[in-house]
Design a protein around this ligand. Structure first.
Ligand code: NAD
Length: 484
């Protein structure tokens, strides 16, 4: 049995590895060096259909297994993640460019999430209601949705994969997952490990590699019962359109443009720390990253000065050496960040820090960009409206809470927001009025698995994590029992 599909590519279908038959492939590069890691064959339409059929055929038996047994298998995957943390983290560093400790944190958090979701195995509850007729009882019971298509982005390849795999399987669904074409390596390795060490019945879990065309093949199938996709807004809309023909349910976790409101009574040092962490984590490539700052005029100068100083101290370097910040994932993402800053400059913004790649020789190859602070911005500029997904912080002054909330809500996105204040009334009003799925008060980014991660507005629909994220992977059935 080969264990090298994560180096050569392959598709995992019906409990077996398949040698790819297609002639298309995706090239994967190390973002820090631009070296080619490998050329990964894309699944053909036939291969995707085979994976869907394998998932469909295994679903009924899997759904009938006691949920505790399904949960136990997902717990084994959690253990596997921890046992192979170093190896999986190394692959994440190599293919995605995240600093070593962030990669290890991703694997640990994924194990924790799998553990959390497995706990739902004995909590799949329904309701029993009295009927309207004599001797009638109404049972609302939760059943699996069926075959799930899990579409994964490149920024947290393992964590977002587990975010779909664990609840889907615990709830009794089967899965065909597709990693991002940019970062398939760690997911392929995890799949090898699952295949070797965890006795999941054949067909319950399948993995196909490829880009948009492979994804399209998956989301347009009438045999897929729900699409759980994480990625950008444009792709989410495209998938929703494609799903419409079969009325396939969609759960979309999309991009964000999180505002950070720094109120006049905030602890400025802590706000600087938390906003900067929320901006540069994973080189700004997190959907919940703080993307725009609204700071009260009373503390604007102090905040701006301290933020620039702190951003200047951010250490950039080879991800394996565990710096504060690594490279962008690829040339396309770097270009997007460069364009956003150039456009802001053309529109009249001032670059207070950065705005360029670091110029030392060690950064000659790779997709590097310095932490960047932009001031003199106004609400209409793209830099305040469009997701940047890079380490760029535009800072804008506000004078009132009304103004801060109005600007924060003036966005097509609605994923996360941050508020820094010691005034209870301000915190309450902001959390009440901000139109975002999650609001962080006096803290930096990072969700807890028992919470609920959901985008409002164009940031998505469906939601993940916690009770409500788990229940997305079930569907309700009503049974009327007449026992007269
Ligand atoms: P992307 O939309 O380019 O790709 C995401 C996935 O969709 C990939 O696997 C891709 O191959 C696939 N895909 C592309 N076109 C498709 C199609 N027509 N049909 C089916 N599948 C298709 O996103 P990305 O660049 O990989 O990820 C970055 C984006 O993801 C950012 O906007 C970020 O904010 C967002 N994101 C959101 C969350 C969240 O939980 N809300 C988490 C992580 C990332």
């Amino acid at each position: 049995m080969s264990t090298e599909y994560h180096r050569s590519g392959g598709h995992y279908i019906g409990g077996r590895w398949r040698e790819p038959t297609g002639d298309r492939s995706v090239e994967v590069r190390n973002p820090a060096t631009e070296e080619v890691i490998g050329d990964y064959p894309s699944a053909t339409g036939d291969e995707v259909q085979e994976a869907i059929q394998a998932a469909k055929q295994s679903q009924v038996d899997w759904g009938r297994l006691p949920a505790k047994e399904r949960g136990d298998l997902v717990r084994e995957v959690a253990d596997l993640l921890l046992e192979h943390k170093d190896e999986l983290a190394s692959l994440l560093v190599e293919e995605q460019g995240k600093p070593r400790s962030v990669a290890e944190g991703e694997v640990e958090a994924s194990a924790d999430l799998a553990e959390y979701m497995a706990e739902w195995d004995r909590r799949i509850e329904g309701d029993i209601l009295p009927g309207d007729s004599q001797d009638e009882s109404i049972h609302l019971q939760r059943q699996p949705v069926g075959v799930i298509a899990g579409i994964i982005p490149w920024n947290y390849p393992i964590a977002v994969f587990i975010r779909k795999f664990a609840p889907a399987l615990v709830a009794g669904n089967t899965l065909v997952a597709k990693p991002s074409e940019v970062t398939p390596v760690a997911t392929l390795r995890l799949t090898e490990l699952i295949d070797e060490h965890v006795d999941i019945p054949d067909g319950v879990y399948n993995l196909v590699v490829g880009g948009a065309e492979t994804g399209e093949e998956l989301v347009t199938s009438a045999d897929v019962d729900m699409i759980s996709m994480t990625g950008n807004v444009k792709t989410g809309k495209e998938i929703m359109r494609q799903a419409a023909d079969n009325l396939t349910e969609v759960s979309l976790e999309l991009g964000g443009k999180a505002p950070a409101i720094v109120w006049k009574d905030a602890d400025v040092d802590e706000a600087v720390d938390d906003v900067l962490t929320a901006r540069i984590t994973n080189t700004g490539q997190v959907c919940t990253c703080a993307e725009r700052v609204y700071v009260h005029s009373n503390v604007r100068d102090e905040f701006e000065q301290k933020y620039v100083e702190a951003a200047q101290d951010v250490e950039i370097g080879p991800p394996e050496s565990d710096p504060d910040m690594g490279p962008h994932v690829n040339a396309r993402e770097l270009r997007k960040t460069e364009d956003a800053v150039e456009r802001a400059q053309e529109e009249g913004a001032e670059i207070r820090l950065g705005g360029t790649a670091p110029d030392e020789d060690e950064f000659a190859d790779g997709y590097w960009y310095e932490p960047t602070v932009v001031t003199d911005v106004d609400q209409s500029m793209d830099i305040m409206q469009e997701e940047v997904f890079g380490p760029v912080t535009p800072i804008m002054e506000i004078d009132s809470l009304d103004e801060a909330i109005e600007y924060a809500n003036d966005s097509r996105y609605g994923l996360s927001a941050y508020v820094f204040t010691n005034d209870y009334k301000v915190a309450m009003r902001a959390s009440e009025e901000l139109e975002f799925g999650e609001t962080y008060i006096n803290r930096t980014l990072g969700e807890s698995w028992q919470g609920h991660h959901i985008g409002w507005n164009e940031s998505g629909m469906g939601g993940e994590d916690g009770k409500y994220g788990f229940l997305k992977y079930t569907q309700l059935k009503t049974v009327y029992h007449n026992y007269s």
